[in-house]
Design a protein around this ligand. Structure first.
Ligand SMILES: C[S@@+](CC[C@H](N)C(=O)[O-])C[C@H]1O[C@@H](n2cnc3c(N)ncnc32)[C@H](O)[C@@H]1O
Ligand code: SF4
Ligand code: SF4
Length: 342
């Protein structure tokens, strides 16, 4: 991974901005269940995932973190479909991740009133967040709010200045990256963000954005109907006897897990947490069973998103163990049934 040294300032601490390690492999957990914005290119923004007041209890979070660590994930992102800094007690969740040695990530719109939120944002980063991504889509308010509907771009800059000040004072060690979501209409506002980031000593990265804000994603009702229709049309195309170890697996299944604020796993982070895509409670599901249930889900087998890749030797091993485990469980249940008195 590349490490970027930021411009030095004589008498102040020099923060080091680093990229995520093993960046493709992470678990994404929502601690809360809401966002303050309405981005039309995001399932949360169009309320395909309606906001609720759900908050994951710390004890449940600790259980989940322990299991994630035991399964060998290197990174834990405290976001999937939410704005994490709306949770003003977020700093209480960070030590549990730190104790395991995993890296903790956040991604935020940072479009939050500094007066109301800056102190809790600083508290959370000081607690030891490793990486913070700040998502933006324009430098001027006019361009920014095309996608970041309801957002205030001035608030982002004020919050970033507050964070940079604490970084220079050595109280925040987080690697902060502004992530510029690049659409065809906003490329010209990339450079001012790059310069602003340089002046603060924080990272800047432009990524191609998905979707088009002028054509919002479907609503909850339309998406759920789409899921119903597809599930009715598609039987699972995977027959384990014929295909015990698949040729390809989607990276969103092999390398990631998406967990909501209730602690439930959903099919993947590309789709909203719809009931028909719910896999089960993360802490109750064995990792191999979790892999198979998602890989064999009929919505997944009929998906056209091109994120499938060849299996590596670790994946092959995981699938082999998962199949063996299923087989031994079904044999055990057959022998139990046979022994039952009639
Ligand atoms: C759904 S957001 C949730 C976290 C936070 N609210 C935010 O916007 O950063 C999760 C990730 O999706 C990315 N994202 C949001 N809209 C996107 C788009 N249209 N194209 C590509 N990535 C997008 C964000 O940059 C963020 O890192
Ligand atoms: S700020 Fe993040 S979670 Fe909120 S609507 Fe936009 S992309 Fe979605
Ligand atoms: S194939 Fe589609 S549904 Fe399945 S995990 Fe990948 S993106 Fe999600």
């Amino acid at each position: 991974m590349t490490y970027i040294k930021v411009p030095t300032e004589k008498s102040e601490a020099i923060p080091e901005i680093r990229s995520p390690r093993n960046g493709d492999i992470h678990v994404d957990i929502d601690i809360i269940d809401r966002c303050n914005l309405q981005c039309p290119t995001c399932w949360r923004g169009v309320a395909a995932l309606p906001n609720t007041s759900e908050l994951m209890p710390l004890a449940r979070f600790q259980e989940i973190v322990n299991k994630i660590h035991a399964e060998g994930y290197p990174n834990l992102a405290l976001i999937n479909w939410t704005e994490p800094f709306l949770c003003t007690t977020l700093h209480e969740y960070i030590p549990a991740i730190r104790e395991t040695g995993m890296d903790s990530w956040l991604s935020s719109n940072l479009s939050l009133s500094p007066k109301e939120y800056l102190q809790s944002i600083l508290r959370t980063l000081e607690a030891g967040v490793d990486i913070l991504f700040v998502s933006v889509s324009g430098f001027t308010q006019e361009i920014y709010e095309i996608n970041h509907k309801l957002g205030k771009v001035d608030w982002i800059r004020t919050n970033l200045e507050g964070i940079a000040q604490e970084m220079r004072a050595g109280r925040i060690k987080t690697s902060v990256w502004v992530r510029y979501l690049e659409f065809p209409y906003n490329s010209h506002e990339k450079q001012p963000w790059a310069e602003f980031c340089k002046s603060l000593g924080i990272g800047f990265n432009a990524v191609p954005a998905h979707g088009d804000p002028r054509i919002p994603l479907p609503s909850e009702k339309t998406f759920n109907q789409h899921v119903e229709d597809r599930l009715q049309q598609t039987e699972s195309q995977i027959t384990p006897e014929q295909n015990p170890i698949p040729q390809k697996v989607c990276s969103l299944i092999a390398d990631r897990v998406a967990i909501d604020a209730k602690g439930d796993v959903y099919l993947c982070c590309a789709y909203p947490n719809s009931e028909k895509l719910r896999i089960g409670a993360y802490v109750d599901l064995d990792e191999h069973e979790l892999l198979l249930r998602r890989h064999e889900h009929p919505f997944c087998t009929s998906c056209t998103i091109d994120a499938r890749r060849d299996l590596n030797s670790k994946d092959q091993d995981r699938f082999r163990k998962a199949r063996e485990q299923r087989l031994s469980q079904s044999e055990a249940s057959i022998s139990l049934t046979k022994r039952k008195p009639t």
